[in-house]
Design a protein. Structure first.
Ligand code: PEP
Ligand code: MG
Length: 540
């Protein structure tokens, strides 16, 4: 038996045979061509066909994993239209008089190396994407089949790395788990694995020899067992049985109110990134949406989403939630979420830079467009608006003035809107320390523990090297949460947590005893948290 330790992307246990997945890497030969113009035409045709394939993949991915996660295929199409990429291919064909396959492979290698060497994590990650699109075009040029499927038997897929296009093409019902050597927890493939609820590990030294062998993936502890001993196999079969029984049990909690044994009611909400995630919220019986990351609407597009486009999305979300509370966070871009058409300057330290509410208060028209869409949608359900990255009372007052202006403008044109609660995210130590003052200004606080941990501990949340000391359980973070709850309650503000820590089941009881009013978690964590709530006493 071999036992290896990696990093877990998604919990759960998988037991099955390994499929060693290697890409259909093309051996591209350099050939001289007589007719350069005909070669350029071949490239254009292959590119058009590749874009067509990507559009089909996009549609499939939207169905399976939602619009925000399917975005990567739009990005791939855009990359294939990129002027620099195309110029490079044309130049190689023209100046060297060679075949299109060779020109695409060379361009793909050059661009991929260039991206890999960039400091910025976002651009670094594009290195894999540019390789992926180049391989797609080469496959069309050579008439190779698209990436082969994973067969009829359910398997644990082991690969050096997986591109999102490969992941999404695999038949979900045959996928037990993913194990890769490369990739980071923020890669698109990792995000897809989480959305598909599939156990996944990264950072494992893989071997081709494993193909066809029996294996166990323990997503809880980040372990892979190849050729497991009988006692290990028996242990994990038992664990998996318990996991399945647990899932069944949890389903019985659907429809139950989130009330502790001694009567304290907690609002158990879910986090979403797109309209497509609402189905998951309802399937897991969350009683509201505590964080709609609206920036995905902007990230999905190549130009500003219009007021009407946004209105349609917000309206549909609240209508689907049928009167349940929907907390929509205004645009939170910057740092790791970059949008080209915002044309932002390069920053040395983007996590502490021009981002979130700072952009909105600077580019007020963009902010007002979103607010108008939100207020209009509030006529169709229960909307609360939440503002990210707050550091001062002055910011909140500016925001409230702009909201009043938007409402006046809607009144002037006889457009109706509902009662809208206004709240802020508490994700900077500054906001914590003045939470007594901020509480006088707003209806609620939602604690963003992802950024609050980053800024409190001075640890970049994107930096994989620091993952082991990025500790949301640090007493400084926990004391801050208590302080925010107490200050909020003195002024009748409800207080929730919408960062990842809110779904940490080891802390659910503590949070409730600390006085938290709301927890907003990924949809799949709703029932496990309900299970704790309904079985505990606050007064214990
Ligand atoms: C947070 O910072 O905890 C949060 C919920 O926001 P995001 O993860 O989108 O920055
Ligand atoms: Mg945040």
């Amino acid at each position: 038996m071999e036992q290896l330790k990696g990093k877990s992307i998604f919990n759960g246990i998988a037991i099955g045979r390994i499929l060693f997945y290697s890409k259909n890497q093309q051996q591209v030969k350099r050939n001289k061509v007589d007719d350069v113009e005909a070669e350029l035409k071949r490239y254009e045709n292959a590119k058009a066909k590749a874009i067509e394939q990507l559009q089909e993949l996009y549609a499939k991915a939207v169905e399976e994993v939602g619009e925000a996660n399917a975005m990567i295929f739009e990005v791939h199409s855009m990359m294939l239209e990129d002027d620099d990429y195309n110029e490079s291919v044309y130049n190689i064909i023209r100046t060297e008089g060679v075949n299109a396959e060779f020109a695409v492979a060379t361009t793909g290698d050059n661009f991929s190396t260039m991206f890999a060497e960039m400091e910025d994590e976002y651009f670094k990650a594009r290195s894999v994407d540019v390789k992926d699109i180049s391989e797609r075009v080469i496959a069309v040029l050579t008439g190779a089949e698209e990436t082969e499927g994973i067969g009829e038997e359910p398997v644990i897929v082991v690969a050096e790395d997986l591109a999102p296009s490969e992941t999404v093409q695999m038949d979900k019902s045959k996928l037990l788990a993913f194990v890769t050597h490369l990739g980071s927890s923020n890669s698109h493939t990792a995000i897809l694995a989480r959305t598909m609820n599939i156990p996944a590990l990264i950072g494992i030294e893989i071997s081709k020899e494993w193909n066809g062998k029996m294996a166990i993936v323990d997503g809880k502890q980040g372990l892979l067992f190849v050729d497991p001993d009988v006692d290990v196999l028996e242990h994990y079969m038992e664990e998996r049985k318990m996991e399945e029984a647990q899932k069944e049990l949890l389903l019985q909690l659907k429809g139950q109110p989130d009330i502790t044994k001694d009567g304290k009611h907690i609002h158990l909400f879910a986090n979403i990134g797109s309209l497509a995630d609402v189905a998951n919220v309802l399937a897991n019986d969350a009683t509201g949406i505590g964080l709609f990351r609206s920036e995905f609407l902007y990230l999905e597009k190549d130009t500003y989403p219009t007021e009407d486009e946004q209105f349609q999305v917000y309206k549909t979300v609240v209508q689907n939630m049928a009167g349940k509370k929907v907390v929509i966070r205004t645009l939170d871009i910057g740092a790791d979420k970059q949008v080209d058409y915002f044309e932002m300057e390069h920053e040395e330290n983007p996590a502490m830079g021009y981002r979130a509410i700072r952009i909105c208060l600077d580019r007020v028209e963009i902010f007002k467009t979103q607010l108008r869409a939100l207020y209009r949608a509030s006529a169709f359900g229960t909307i609360s608006i939440m503002f990210p990255m707050i550091i001062s009372v002055d910011e909140v007052r500016q925001i409230k003035r702009i909201c009043d202006e938007v409402k006046r403008e809607l009144d002037d044109i006889n457009v109706s809107y509902g009662e809208v609660e206004l709240g802020i995210m508490i994700e900077t130590p500054a906001a914590v320390m003045i939470s007594d003052m901020l509480a006088k200004e707003v209806d609620f606080f939602s604690i963003g523990t992802n950024d609050l941990t980053q800024y409190t501990l001075a640890i970049d949340r994107q930096n994989a090297k620091l993952d082991n000391i990025y500790d949301s359980h640090h007493p400084a973070v926990l004391r801050m949460i208590q302080m925010v709850i107490d200050n909020g309650h003195k002024e009748n503000c409800w207080v929730g947590i919408c960062g990842e820590l809110g779904a940490d089941t080891t802390l659910t009881e503590s949070f409730i005893r600390m006085g938290i009013d709301e927890l907003s978690v990924s949809p799949s964590m709703v029932l496990p948290i309900r299970n704790i709530i309904v079985n505990m006493n606050v007064g214990e």
